[in-house]
Design a protein around this ligand. Sequence first.
Ligand SMILES: [Zn+2]
Length: 676
Amino acid sequence: MEKDFKSMTTSLKEIQSLREQIEDHNYRYYILNDPIISDGEYDILFRALEKLEQNFPDLISSDSPTQRVGNIHLNSFGTLTHRTPMLSLANAMNREELEAFYNRIKKQWDDDSTFTFVGEPKLDGLGVEVIYENGHFIHGSTRGDGYTGEDISLNLRTIRAIPLVLRNHKLRPPKLLEVRGEVFISKLDFEKLNINREKNGDPPFANPRNAAAGSLRQLNPKVTANRPLSIFFYESGIIEGHSFDSHLKFLKALNEWGLPTNPYIEKCVGVNALIQYHEKMESIRNEIPYEIDGTVFKIDHYPIREILGTRSRSPRWAIAGKFQAQQATTIIHEIDVQVGRTGALTPVAKLEPVFVGGVTVTNATLHNQDEIDRKDIRVGDTVIIERAGDVIPKIVKVVTGKRKNNSSPFTIPKQCPVCKHEANRFGDDVVIRCTNVSCLAQLKGHIEHFVSKLALDIDGFGEKIVNQLVDKSIIKKIDDIFTLDIHTIANLDRMGEKSAKNLIESIADAKQTTFARFIYALGIRNVGEHISKVLEKHFLGDLSLFQHATQEELETIDEIGPIVAETVFQFWSDPENISMVNHCLELGISFEKIIVSNKQPLTGITFVFTGSFDQFTRTEAKGMVEQLGGKAAGSVSKKTNFVVAGPGAGSKRTKAESLNISIITEEEFLQMVESF
Ligand SMILES: [Zn+2]
């Protein structure tokens, strides 16, 4: 077929304009910190570009914003050599060492007004180097041993704060730019990430640094793309085609090119300015939205840097000022054992309250028996605890000198503290678990998970209701949810006739669901939202096929490994589970038909439905959206792309208007869906 060159040219212009707009919004967001459009509007621009590029694949270029996430799954990382080594910095552990550093440099000059420093917070993230040629992202690597790092280009490309093309407005990008920075995850994003991981049965990350490191070292860039990574740039490697005489000027140029730098960077003149900057950063470290563990001071003037030179492992013109570790000494009064949704018994130390890192700490997790044994932690011990930013405090060590004579090692009882059923360790799992499927501690967690947004999404089924239903023995097994009646619910605390009726309706609505949601709702260990969808695709929504699949068959499915296969198989080997699932089906749980479709044109697009509709129920609408790869959410936020509003739409519509989110009618929605 001959190409339609005329429309291709028009589209090319449109594509270029969209790319520029998107890059401009990135610049406003990451550099100016002053976005002028909502995330939803940004997504619409992005989708428009994607659609055009789909129609004209010849016009796709590798540095289009749509091409951040590649389809390549690596088996291992290659290595890249840093042309100038990424040296580490010497540390100043306290004020005296910082002064000594300053005085060493001062000795070489008569007049200390001739040199100034640039102070910056030291991010607790992962150092990387990114290389641009003629303004285009070429590749990027980890710091590694300072001389060679791993080639993580594909993963770095997925980070939106890293431009694929440098801005070329006031200042032309140089022929070659090697630029170093720190990749990090903000404290808030870290918490959200861990909540999601725990929901999906994945182990939580210990701290934001580990989360960032783990995310950057994924062999599948799609996984990295879903992690909330960001970056600040702070140092150069080799630059060709441009020269700077000062670090501050270099940082300013980075911003000009669209590369974000830390907003707390300041010029410091004189030794007192260094000390003050350090003390200021230390005092506000808990208010800063990402983890910092110190400050860095560098000579601003590059010619002076050259004169000072470099030792074998670190430059003489820079130093890292370390913060005091956020540690405190306290006493363990008790060790409690808590039971989680998966039946895991977690030991928690109850501490004498102590103020550390900006908050009062009363608990510290002891993780598991191995951890307790390794550190020999006992009730009554005096311990040193440490807290890094918002991370759950941990016990660094026991002050054994203060141990009481009559203390004895602590062993987690082999009995569930809630149901008194036997608890055990399985295989090489370090965790002890309660094996009782009807354990109350687990039942509450199971129900909360079962009704949660990504599972059956039963509106109004909150924690307080779950607690009452379980405590009053109204619900003894999951499937009891579907035999609840208005009268029973209306008699609960804080429930009336009307809210009871609403809840019963929500429960009835939720019965028509999808295979993937139901499987996810079952809370099988290691089977999160994504794996549920993988299983749905494979078994085409046939529960019986899924139930009778052998471990070997499960393992042949793409993305299903031996661990998932084993836990799934174990789940179906338990007659209690089979009877629970069968009972749910008898009580009306049904799945929408799975239509095999490779088309996922709505990937990344979120809809909210509000008001009443003639041609579909909310569940049906949700199904349509999900079938096409999109998401249907319950409430309007900045992440919403479209609000589908029928008659009677109220506050959600108002909120959408205030956020400038597109509001469409039932008809427009159907037209959109049918157009794919
Ligand atoms: Zn139990």
